[in-house]
Design a protein around this ligand. Structure first.
Ligand SMILES: [Zn+2]
Length: 426
């Protein structure tokens, strides 16, 4: 049966897949600060060059975070087939988040235990990156004469917004639909799920205004923190219930995120927090400024102007009814929701491959938070893009993060079968 040879090729590469994943984990590409990016790109460069890819190392010079000490390096490899055809691109971020507390293993050893590989980035997403490399190598061994092209990229800074990574490359035309037709991002969404996109984001800073005065005579001033308290009370009374009532048709997982949400990221007001070794008392002042950062996640069914108007309406209402209330608001960061059509070619192809490998069709999901698909969609204007990869999403960023070897093999099979369908008509 067609595809059997590919599946056998992947099974034969089990040890290679384990070693590759371990090697990647052993390069601690921590972000922040953005360490060892050049090293991991050089490692992958050697590997892809050996497999016949033309590679390009690209530094995101002057992107947010780029510096001489921590340069933002990215790698793109492209391997042309013998005939013209479409290009399938696998994009993985190579950065990992901070280690944090609570580990029982060395986070950068890549230990193998009971069919799992442990380490920071094992699941998010060096396991997925390794699976895509193995998938491409196995495909090339079975189908040396294919049409079109395969691309594999390892990109910087996804964990901090992707500006020195996919956004930078998209701005330079690397995700132009003329050049690339199908994108698979092997983020850890579980091997039986296809992730079609993500919700939107609006971050803003609200500031309430007051008037400074002596703390023994607060009636002579106006307390900005109390005004912020009124904002919070109004949010509890009207905004949070309204958000809970907005449900989406997007298949967001986990289910709790299938509505609009708002997180209060931080509140600061009054005297600054002093260093731990400061032994003095605060001075007696009425706070004249209080700032709150909000993190609002929104749905396909909502527009950004609507989302902003909802919060501004609440603040204007307070201004009308609460004596002395005044505020300003500043936009910090925006991402529009993205969702690839359920019947887009890459979705249908990967869906058939999942059915073939796992014996049943995939679940279609949408991510509560964003990932690099936003840049491929908004800057690259490439809509035929999904996230599909091994690893359990809940383990991402946790202590004792791991990825299952069988899960990596299964998703590598899905990726290789997808290449076969798109580049050989098999
Ligand atoms: Zn990730």
């Amino acid at each position: 049966m067609s595809g059997d040879k590919l599946i056998a090729e992947i099974d034969a590469r089990r040890d290679d897949l384990v070693r590759l994943t371990q090697d990647l984990i052993q390069i601690p590409t921590l972000n922040p600060p953005g360490a060892r990016y050049r090293e991991i790109c050089a490692y992958l460069d050697a590997r892809l060059t050996k497999a016949g890819f033309q590679t390009t190392l690209i530094r995101a010079r002057d992107a947010v975070g780029d510096s001489e000490r921590y340069p933002r390096w990215n790698l793109i490899g492209r391997r042309e087939g013998g005939r013209s055809g479409e290009c399938v691109h696998f994009n993985s971020h190579h950065d990992v988040v901070a280690v944090g507390q609570g580990w029982s293993v060395d986070p950068f050893a890549g230990d193998e235990q009971d069919g799992r590989i442990y380490g920071r980035g094992a699941c998010d997403m060096k396991g997925g990156l390794a699976a895509s490399v193995i998938a491409a190598e196995a495909f090339l061994a079975v189908h040396p004469d294919y049409a079109g092209a395969i691309e594999i990229s390892a990109t910087a800074d996804e964990e901090s917004g992707g500006f020195g990574g996919v956004a930078y490359l998209a701005e330079r035309g690397y995700f132009n639909p003329e050049r690339v037709q199908h994108v698979i991002i092997p983020e850890p969404l579980n091997k039986d799920r296809i992730c079609l996109g993500h919700r939107g984001v609006w971050w803003a800073e609200i500031e309430t205004k007051g008037r400074i005065a002596h703390g023994s005579m607060p009636f002579l001033g106006d307390c900005a923190v109390r005004h912020m308290g009124a904002v919070l009370a109004e949010m509890e009374k009207t905004l949070f219930p309204a958000l809970a009532g907005k449900k989406t048709d997007m298949p967001v997982v986990p289910e709790g995120a299938r509505q609009s949400t708002l997180n209060i990221n931080s509140i600061h007001g009054g005297e600054p927090v002093q260093e731990a070794d400061y032994t003095g008392l605060p001075s007696a002042c009425v706070p004249d400024r209080c700032q709150m950062v909000i993190d609002r996640r929104f749905l396909m069914e909502e527009s950004l102007p609507e989302v902003r108007a909802e919060v501004i309406g609440l603040l204007d209402h307070l201004k009308a009814v609460r004596p002395g209330f005044d505020y300003s608001i500043r936009d910090m960061h925006t991402v529009i929701p993205s969702m690839t059509d359920r019947h887009a070619p890459v979705v249908e192809t990967v869906s058939r491959a999942v059915t073939r490998v796992l014996g049943q069709g995939p679940e279609y999901v949408v991510s509560p938070g964003t990932y690099d698909q936003k840049h491929i969609d908004r800057i690259g204007r490439l809509r035929n893009c999904i996230a599909y990869g091994p690893g359990i999403l809940d383990l991402a960023h946790q202590p004792d993060e791991w990825v299952g070897i069988d899960d990596m093999l299964d998703s590598a099979k899905v990726m290789a079968l997808s290449l076969a369908e798109l580049l050989t008509q098999e």
